[in-house]
Ligand binder design. Structure first.
Ligand code: NDP
Length: 285
């Protein structure tokens, strides 16, 4: 029996309907949620992601602004745009699309965003708050993964969770969220010895490495929930995850596909964070 599908499209559709309703309610009260998306340069993947985010805002009754800067933009130009958005009362969320061109210090840019508008949750104030269990915004991708587990009522308390990948935007916050939900968590990185020994222990396996199909069927515990965050483009143009989906689906109980799994959930949680940012703003008016 193949695994059941963690369908990010279906879950997103359900959550986005709720977000659109709540956005319309807040708009009627006088605050239309607003998201600014800042894109620097011509990275084709970034352009697609940004386009999808803008469209999703439109469908969810969220105002959006796209600010595009050239590939040669300076750090000062970008910081000046962000300072303007920090002061703009019709914008409640600011997202700077990563990666940024090499002349720009990404860390300094992310730190320049007002933490109350940091809907990506990448500012150190939000990352620190996540560590202590009281985040203002949860980074969208791990937030989406948690929603997927919630959607199947997965008993996280006491489960063994293994995260493969330890980036600041996915692996580390994912580990924190699972730990806070009561899982026993292991985080693996590229230096981990005998990776399979860890992954085979996992009741919940989350993979975010950017290495196409690196998780093979024999690395997965029978009955596990496998969440594949990776998005990789193969030479034939097709997308695939970091998990060998066609084989692993015969071992796992639940599996998220690529595309149609974590990708749409990430955008959904961006909309949710933007709505929450606007709600905070409205309460303080
Ligand atoms: P990073 O490159 O920032 O981090 C990758 C992590 O994986 C690092 O911690 C690295 O280890 C680890 N890693 C790499 N190779 C191995 C290996 N062979 N064994 C174990 N660990 C390994 O990537 P991101 O976290 O930004 O993204 C990961 C993937 O997720 C990418 O495919 C990206 O496109 C996708 N992604 C998808 C999103 C979505 O919405 N679905 C959102 C964000 C990302 P080390 O620390 O030692 O270098």
């Amino acid at each position: 029996m193949p695994a059941k599908i963690l369908d990010g499209n279906a879950l997103s559709k359900q959550l986005r309907t709720q977000i659109a309703t709540n956005s319309a309610i807040l708009t009627a009260k006088g605050t239309k949620p607003g998201l600014a998306v800042v894109l620097v340069g011509n990275n084709p993947a970034s352009q697609i992601y940004v386009r999808n985010k803008i469209k999703a805002c439109h469908d969810a009754n969220i105002h959006s602004e796209l600010i595009s800067l050239s590939e040669n933009a300076t750090q000062e130009e970008l910081l000046s745009v962000i300072h303007g958005l920090n002061d703009n009362s019709s914008i409640h969320g600011i997202l700077v699309q990563l990666p940024l061109p090499s002349q720009i210090d990404s860390h300094a840019v992310l730190e320049s965003i007002d933490p109350e508008k940091d809907v990506d949750g990448f500012h150190v104030a939000n990352a620190g708050a996540l560590m202590t269990g009281k985040p203002l915004f949860i980074p969208c991708t791990p937030y989406g993964c948690m929603k997927m587990l919630e959607s199947i009522d997965y008993p996280i308390r006491g489960a063994r969770a293994v995260i493969v990948g330890a980036s600041n935007i996915v692996g580390k916050p994912m580990a924190m969220l699972l730990l806070q939900a009561g899982a026993t968590v292991t985080i693996c990185n590229s230096k981990t010895k005998d990776l399979s020994a860890h992954t085979r222990e996992a009741d919940i396996l989350v993979v975010a490495t950017g290495k196409p199909k690196m998780i093979l069927a024999q690395m997965v515990k029978p009955g596990a929930v496998v969440i594949d965050v990776g998005i990789n483009r193969l030479p034939d143009g097709k997308l695939c995850g970091d998990v060998d989906y066609d084989e692993v689906k015969y071992v796992a109980d639940w599996i998220s596909p690529v595309p149609g799994g974590v990708g749409p959930m990430t955008i959904t949680m961006l909309l949710q964070n933007t709505l929450e940012a606007a709600q905070h703003f409205h309460q303080k008016k």
